[in-house]
Design a protein around this ligand. Structure first.
Ligand SMILES: [Zn+2]
Length: 215
């Protein structure tokens, strides 16, 4: 039996010594009354972009789904098992979250695999198939003239946020609430190196740094 990772044991001890005492009552309250987060975040699996860390969120504050490249599939009520759709259904219909944030990020490995057209990593080619839903049938995603590889990758990383927001609206239970004003969809993009959060301005369709807005 392999031993449990030492770093995790040390991390848990630190949690029980420091964070748990200050948040014990919150955990008890959440256990008794259940969770009622107002925000759902759809982010990437990448270990550098934890929504709870970026938004300094405590227990019970964020309902989080993470997957490769923060993608939301289109509404597909078929016999398949759809993890993101199940979480979305629960967040909207039961928890009645007020906001859904799609959080993209810089240096996304999933996007990189997509733009590099990386060969399948296993016979299942799970990443390839997952990333393929990012493009619509017949859509071409190519590097533009005079666009560096980095610019191209950033453009596609941001396009993944746009596509996820677009796909969210294909879910009838999301669309209805958004149109009634009971649910708000947001896009954001995290610059890993600088720790800068860019928030999508829906009107201009541009990502604006929250840091610039502070100054
Ligand atoms: Zn990523």
């Amino acid at each position: 039996m392999p031993s449990f990772p030492q770093d995790l044991i040390a991390g848990y001890r630190s949690f029980t010594a420091q964070r748990l005492p200050t948040e014990q009552s919150r955990f008890r309250e959440l256990a008794e009354r259940g969770q009622s987060p107002e925000v759902m975040v759809i982010g990437c699996c990448d270990s550098r972009v934890s929504p709870e860390v970026i938004f300094d969120a405590g227990p019970g504050e964020l309902f989080v789904v993470r997957n490769v490249a923060n993608l939301v599939p289109v509404y597909q009520p078929d016999s398949g098992a759809h993890g993101v759709s199940a979480a979305l259904e629960y967040a909207v219909s039961v928890l009645r979250v007020k906001h859904i944030v799609v959080l993209g990020h810089a240096q996304c490995g999933g996007i990189r695999a997509f733009v590099d057209k990386t060969a399948p990593l296993s016979p299942g080619d799970f990443i390839g198939k997952w990333m393929a839903m990012f493009i619509k049938p017949g859509e071409q995603v190519e590097r533009r003239d005079r666009e560096t590889m980095e610019q191209f990758t950033v453009r596609i990383e941001k396009a993944a946020v746009f596509r996820s927001l677009e796909n969210l609206m294909t879910f009838p239970f999301v669309r209805t609430l958004v149109e009634k004003g009971g649910l708000n969809l947001h896009g954001a993009y995290f610059g890993v190196a600088e720790g800068t959060l860019f928030v999508l301005d829906q009107a201009s369709k541009e990502f604006r740094s929250l840091r610039e807005q502070q100054t």
